[in-house]
Structures are given as structure tokens and as C-alpha cells.
Design a protein around this ligand. Structure first.
Ligand SMILES: [Zn+2]
Length: 290
């Protein structure tokens, strides 16, 4: 099982991420190169990166288990303000460069939001943006995340993801990240996840799935909300999430938890333990706060 969680890049950059991951008894992780809601980024420290990569190696964790997440502020779908769109394109280029310096192969991207653009135009804008960013020499794969359909989000079903992928020239530089909370909120029944995978395989191909965000949801199927819940504490439920985590068709794909902190404490050590033991933790809060 390749499993981990969101970790903080803040204090010790990549090295801190690896240390947190090991403390959660995990073998994968995902991080933002700075705050997800802004574009302030510090320079990549070579020495720190080297130490992080060595620590990963000592623990037999390959770099393919390490995933970056682009900040939410990047919106390639809306060209109404050309300078904002250019900013998004350039920022994404810089993020890819930072990933390259860190040795990271995957970056998750929210495809974007239409805002006031027509949906068809918005989807085309996303393709235009990706075509500006990605060329034959790009070493980092961009993973389009499945979205809940909150507001005017794009990438809310297989057909939209397919449309975006088909509009990109260097398709081999793109993949997909499935988020169980977002899928549930977009209208997919996670208790019959294999039906979804069947359709995804027919339309896009399961080889495109390079990451799974394993989250429970606070809201019912089709609610278009996007509020994550701790594993087994939401409407998807423990059994269905275990079935996703252990699905043999996604065996080699990292499973990343983005579940909420409990009173400012990361719940990941205990949630990962419960997934590895396939046993629901009905006293998660007590464990995390003890
Ligand atoms: Zn996610």
C-alpha cells in the first residue's frame, strides 16, 4: 500500500515533509510549495533537498510517492482578465520548475473555475493554458484533479476531464488525480467505485490515474460542496474508502489523505493505521488529542 497524507512544507521544506511522513508511518506524501491560497514562494534550498532525498532513500520511499499540489489561486479557465490568466500560466510554469529542482514528478492541479466564462470556453482556456505550460521537455506530470462541482468548477465529470486531456498537445505529460470526496460530492457513488473505474477506463484509461486523494465527505452524494471529513466519519464511510484504498486496479497509485485536522492536530498517524489494519477507529479524536 502506497499511503500518506498532506504534510507541511513550511518549517523545514522538503526535509520537514519527509520527517512528518515518517512520523505518520507513511510511505508517500503531498505538499504545497507555500500557502495554497497565495503565490509567495521561497527559493528551493539545494542542501535541504539533498538531505530530504537521502532520508527518503534510507527509508526505501521512491520519489514517485511524492506529490506536489499547485495552489488554488491558479485558474486557467478564466481569461476575462488576461493579466490574471497570464499570471496563472507563469505561476504554474514556475511551480513545475520548483518540482523539477525538488526531484518531484507529479503536481496536482485543480483544472479551474469558469467564473463568468461559458463552460465550453472555460474548458478551452484550460487547454490553452496547459499548452502554454507543457512541452516535450516537461519533466513533471500535471495531474488534473476530479472536482466536486462547487461554484463554477471545471473537471467535474469524466467527459470534462476527457475534453481537457484531448485538447492538450503533449497528452503524455498529463494525468488525473481522483479525489473520493470530490467524486462523491459530484454525484458518484463510491460504494460502487468499480463502476466508476470501468467508465473511466473506457473513456480515458486507468493508466492516467497517478494519485488518489482518500477523503471522506461531510455532505451527501451530489451535494457539490467539497468539505472533507475524517476517514469513516463522513457520508462515504469506512468500508467504501477501504475498498478504494485496496482496489487492485489502483494498487501502485499513491493514496493521499487530505482529511481535516482535529483541534489543530494532524490525524494522519491514526487514520493511516486504521486503513492499514482495515479497522475503523471510533475513538480517533481521543487518540489524536492524547
Ligand atoms: Zn483533493
Amino acid at each position: 500500500m502506497i499511503i500518506g497524507s498532506h504534510v507541511n512544507y513550511g518549517s523545514e521544506s522538503l526535509l520537514g515533509c519527509v520527517k512528518q511522513t515518517l512520523s505518520y508511518n507513511a510511505n508517500a506524501f503531498m505538499f504545497y510549495t507555500g500557502a495554497p491560497q497565495n503565490s509567495i514562494r521561497k527559493k528551493i534550498d539545494e542542501e535541504n533537498t539533498k538531505k530530504a532525498q537521502e532520508l527518503l532513500k534510507e527509508n526505501n520511499i521512491p520519489m514517485t510517492n511524492v506529490i506536489c499540489h499547485a495552489p488554488y489561486i491558479i485558474n486557467l479557465a478564466n481569461k476575462a482578465k488576461p493579466e490574471a490568466w497570464d499570471f496563472a500560466v507563469n505561476f504554474l510554469k514556475e511551480e513545475l520548475h520548483r518540482c523539477e529542482l525538488l526531484g518531484v514528478s507529479y503536481i496536482v492541479l485543480h483544472p479551474g473555475s469558469c467564473v463568468k466564462e461559458e463552460r465550453e470556453t472555460a474548458l478551452k482556456n484550460i487547454c490553452d493554458g496547459l499548452n502554454e505550460v507543457v512541452d516535450n521537455d516537461t519533466k513533471v506530470m500535471i495531474l488534473l484533479e476530479t472536482m466536486a462541482g462547487k461554484g463554477t468548477e471545471c473537471g467535474i465529470n469524466i467527459s470534462e476531464l476527457k475534453q481537457i486531456l484531448n485538447g492538450v498537445i503533449f497528452k503524455n505529460k498529463l494525468g488525473v488525480c481522483l479525489d473520493t470526496c470530490h467524486l462523491n460530492d459530484s454525484g458518484i457513488d463510491i460504494s460502487s467505485f468499480d463502476n466508476y473505474l470501468d467508465e473511466f477506463d473506457r473513456e480515458i484509461g486507468l493508466d492516467k490515474v497517478k494519485c488518489v486523494h482518500l477523503n471522506d465527505s461531510l455532505n451527501p452524494i451530489g451535494s457539490h460542496k467539497d468539505r472533507h471529513a475524517n476517514i469513516g466519519y463522513g457520508t462515504i464511510g469506512f468500508e467504501s474508502l477501504i475498498n478504494v484504498a485496496y482496489n487492485p486496479r489502483l494498487k501502485d497509485v499513491p493514496k493521499i489523505l487530505e482529511t481535516p485536522y482535529i483541534e489543530d492536530h494532524a490525524p494522519y498517524y491514526y487514520e493511516i493505521k486504521s486503513i492499514l489494519e482495515k479497522k475503523f477507529n471510533d475513538h480517533l479524536k481521543e487518540d489524536v488529542l492524547k
